[in-house]
Design a protein around this ligand. Structure first.
Ligand code: GDP
Length: 298
């Protein structure tokens, strides 16, 4: 992830190293090269445009500094603007004053929701919570069983529909899971919902119905970082169809160019909250914009 972008930016910055101060032509040439690097990394065009405009404006206004040479100044500006585009501050889960806190996961099939539920459960337990995972993905064969497996690995309880008993309706399962959580003293409920391979009205409606019944404290949109520009289109569709409070980027360990990571916050206005970097439960972290920018400029 980000290797190509990192390499390109390193080349751009090293060409500035010999400069005593930056002329207008230097700034324009540098901005052009950064633009190409971002577009090659599959960053969405409006994001690239804004980013370049801000870097140019700040480079022009940069004071002649004793401490930093022009190349270092540009690196500093690009670093700060990358942090900005990635969301600035780290956004943490807002836990409800009256438990249980309800976290609902939404996203396409295969984006990594069920895996994420296990990761969240493991992380929540480490943070001192008693999570309950809820199997409201009744669409995909084996999704319930898969959630039970990750729940067991994470040492977390799983609420799943009982065979018979009139269940099979994900909205009903989600509703009843909240009562169960209250009785069994779970302070956080993580609801896994069904996705489809593509954007689908029925899937959106089901997610919206679950949302209306459980009134989540946080809806997390889960998106595979490998899908590049499609991440932005998908995010927009979920924003319109269901709405969400934060984004989880998955498969950041893959060989992606990084465009999704750099675009989704800017395009949706919603913060990236967690990053998933592998199939194992421990391959998971709270998302820190500054650390991610640091990785890109490493
Ligand atoms: P869901 O359909 O949204 O519930 O997606 P799953 O949780 O079943 O994940 C789909 C596939 O992606 C599974 O094979 C997971 O093991 C894999 N997966 C999930 N998260 C990651 C990740 O961060 N990195 C990698 N490499 N694979 C992941």
């Amino acid at each position: 992830m980000f290797e190509t972008l990192s390499d390109r930016l390193t080349t751009v910055f090293s060409s500035l190293r010999s400069k005593g101060r930056l002329s207008e032509a230097d700034i324009n040439a540098t901005a052009r090269e950064i633009r190409v690097a971002l577009l090659e990394a599959d960053v969405a065009l409006p994001v690239v445009k804004d980013f370049i405009a801000r870097v140019k404006e700040r480079a022009r206004g940069a004071e002649v500094s004793q401490a930093l040479n022009p190349a270092q100044q540009v690196v500093k500006i690009v670093n700060e603007e990358l942090i900005e585009i990635l969301g600035g501050e780290t956004r943490r889960i807002r836990f409800a004053k009256n438990p249980p806190t309800v976290i609902m996961l939404a996203g396409l099939q295969g984006s990594g929701k069920t895996t994420l539920a296990g990761k969240l459960a493991r992380w929540l337990k480490q943070e001192g919570h008693a999570p309950l995972l809820v199997a409201a993905d009744l669409q995909r064969p084996n999704a319930v069983q898969q959630l039970q497996v990750v729940g067991e690995r994470a040492g977390a309880a799983v609420y799943a529909p009982e065979p018979g008993n009139g269940v099979g309706d994900p909205v009903d399962v989600a509703r009843r899971s909240l009562d169960h959580a209250r009785h069994a003293q779970h302070d956080v409920v993580v609801i896994d919902t069904a996705g489809r391979l593509g954007i689908d009205a029925e899937m959106m409606q089901q997610a919206a119905d679950i949302r209306d019944v459980v009134r989540p404290d946080e809806i997390l949109f889960v998106v595979d970082a490998m899908i590049g520009q499609d991440a932005v289109t998908t995010a927009q569709a979920f924003l319109d169809g269901v709405g969400f409070d934060g984004v989880v980027l998955t498969k950041l360990d893959g060989d992606a160019r990084g465009g999704a990571a750099l675009s989704v916050r800017h395009v949706t206005g919603r913060p990236i909250m967690f990053a998933s970097t592998g199939e194992k439960l421990e391959d998971f972290n709270v998302f820190h914009p500054d650390r991610m920018a640091g990785r890109i400029l490493d």
